[in-house]
Design a protein around this ligand. Sequence first.
Ligand SMILES: Nc1ncnc2c1ncn2[C@@H]1O[C@H](COP(=O)(O)OP(=O)(O)OP(=O)(O)O)[C@@H](O)[C@H]1O
Length: 875
Amino acid sequence: MKRTIKNESGLHAPTKTILEQERKVLLDLGNDITKVREKNDLITLFKNRIKGLFYFTHTIITLIDHKDETYYAFLLDNEGSPIRTHPRYREMVAARFSLNAPFIQAVLTSDEPVSYILEDIMDKPQSPPFLRVNYEGGVREILMTKLMKEGKPMGFIHMYSDRTDSFNPEFRGVMKGIAPQLSGAVSNIIKNEELLNKEKEKSFLLDFSSNIAAVRTKEDLMSAVRTALHKLDQKSGFVIRCINEDKTTMSAYVYDLGSAADEKSLSVLVKAKYPINDGLQNRVLNSSIPLLFNVEREIQRGITSAYLQYWKKMGFENFVGIRLRNGETNLGILLLDIEEIKIELLQGICAQISIALANIMANEQISKKQEEQAFLLDFSSALTKMRTKDELQAAIFEVLDKIMNTQLAMIRVLEDDGVHLSVFMFDRRLFGKAHADFDKLAANKIKIDETYTAQVLASKEGVVFNVDEELRSGNDYAKLWKTTGLRNMYGLPLRMGDKIIGTIWLLADFLGPLLLKGICSQITVAVANILANEKLLAYKKQLEIENDYLKEQIKTIYNFSEIIGSGESMQEVYRLMGLVAESSTTVLILGETGTGKELIARAIHNASPRKENLMVKVNCAALPANLIESELFGHERGAFTGATDRRIGKFEMADNSTLFLDEIGELPLEAQAKLLRVIQERELERVGGKQVIKINVRLVAATNRNLEEEVKAGRFRADLYFRLNVFPIILPPLRDRLEDIEALTHFFVKKYSRSTGRTIRKIAPRVIQQLRSYTWPGNVRELEHLIERSILLATDSTLSDVFIPRNADADKQEQAFLLNRSLEEVERGYIIETLKRCGGKISGTGSAAEVLQIPGNTLHSKMKKLGITKSDYFS
Ligand SMILES: Nc1ncnc2c1ncn2[C@@H]1O[C@H](COP(=O)(O)OP(=O)(O)OP(=O)(O)O)[C@@H](O)[C@H]1O
């Protein structure tokens, strides 16, 4: 049971000798104790002095921790303790025992030393386990004496004995007496330890600082921090997170999470960008002192950052976060897997880390800038070679591939009107499945006052649109942007000096301002070059077209003076031409293919007051349906996919001149309607344009179709037909003007003798006869080609053979005709046909007798016999 000294004048009054001895011991002890600086010196000194007077086995001193109401071993008697070999010894030395246990409360509340017989107390509920451990080591009794400091209990002296009668009143008196000196000595030791610790920390920081001064790279920093933490016995992990360039997130910069880390999730974790304002990182950044966090508690508080879950999985319970700053600038945070915060030490470490970090980051920034500059230089030299859009696009794609996660969305250029922006280039692959929407978007011209474009054009260095924020604010484009998974849309103005050229839109997670500016100015130059180049090419093309027209006109002029044909039907044609040429009346030339419709059209133009300008020809049959409109009326840049420049249409080209619409019968109905409008109004709008353009054009149209039939069949608009059919000129087929065959043959022989270098001086009469007997489905063109071919095949200076094709269909018809008739009928029909072709001439040169190769008289008598009169062949 608990035993205490009653009082000084009580039952066990000490004898004189003992009192003197005690006093001496106390005096000596008091003197010596004041000199004690080392922990273990105190316990040895104390033990040796008391041992001379009283019996006990060993002693220890415990200290109170008022923070958690516990006490723990502070000074140990390592030599004398009989429990040193006990299996729970280490545990006891490291443990903390509650001050609330009745065992220790009795000591705390008593002003006297308190002793216990272990057997009585050790197994009581709440009794500290060291009592039983000591008992098992042979100890039987314990004497506890309180140590006080400034009126508050600071710890206890434990005296142990393997007997039950050791702690007599004298012993207790001595213990009570020396307790104050012991308290003082223990306080000194604590102070001393603190001083020593401070010294240690200082020298640690000094060491760390010299280590960190040598740090040049991330890797150096990692190993310096790891070594330092190991020196402080912090074997667990750490991570340094730095603020990213976007200033809104942080990512791991260097880290060592020890063996606990599983590689796969770690690699995800270290690459991730965590928003600064996640409720934890911002707290660390805003706190000037280190903060201790409990993983579980933070999760319960609702912090959702993935790293907390990961740490929980790895078994981390607590961690400390300290900010890293350079002057007033936050650089990042250090997170340490430790339980205890030594504020000053941690602040010292972080100050050093911050300096190193700032240096490394500055170095990295410099080398990044150098890399960017080198990269821009490469880009720039690549761009100077670009002449076409395709080349530029390839170069841009290649360059953007090198910058992580950056995509070209679109380049728009300002049109000549200074108001509209049309698409210059875009990456159609970018929006994957959504590209149909994008195509729609790209096809649209936008105005410079469109909300987002206006913002970009008003800015100096562009605008960053955060995709998520734009989505929230209802920006329709952002839906498309979102499909790429990239975070920001960078819209930048393309400017040459003060002049706006267009806009460029890049999608990326993050792009530094220097890089953006660089890319942008390079692209501006390239785009401007290409635009200038395209203009040059367009002018060149225009010149080429004009040149072609000139050549054609020269050819035409030559041809015109050589329209061959003096027969009646051609005379009629010349008469009509003469009537209409001078006016601006629309002329419709009708006739089979190859009858010379174009020749006549040119002749009309050349005889008109418009002859100083080029006649412009459009072959309506040769135009792809989708381009007719733009070909006739022109288009503005961006009017449709592929309309990369503005183009002048044929109508505008023919202003103050003649527009020859060849093969008008082939024009699709839709185009007919548009043509009609222009003919009626004499003004037009380019495709995709708003401006109304007045024109003064004389129309000459031609067709080999029967337009009346076409109107009836619904293939040709009646209203257009009436508009065109103001002044029709019908060209006869060659088979109906056999009288011109000879002149035409001579004309073509001369023409092709010249161009082929063959000299043909004579044409055999047989040849003319043959030519006159053919039906000429291809008309003059066919004759011309036949002569050309025959000249090439001629063996001497006389053209004695022509190679008239035999027409299979005609043969069949002929056979059918013959099979159904009598010989007499056939002969009669054949002679009438030949007479018709020979203009009714019976004998002599160019006559039917000549064609039929029979004497004139014979023909006469046959005609008489068969009853052939003039009315048969002049009908
Ligand atoms: N009376 C003529 N005198 C000289 N050459 C002619 C005459 N008529 C036609 N030609 C020549 O015949 C060729 C065909 O003429 P052109 O192209 O004018 O016919 P077209 O009726 O317009 O044919 P298509 O309907 O097939 O366009 C041309 O080389 C042209 O010079």
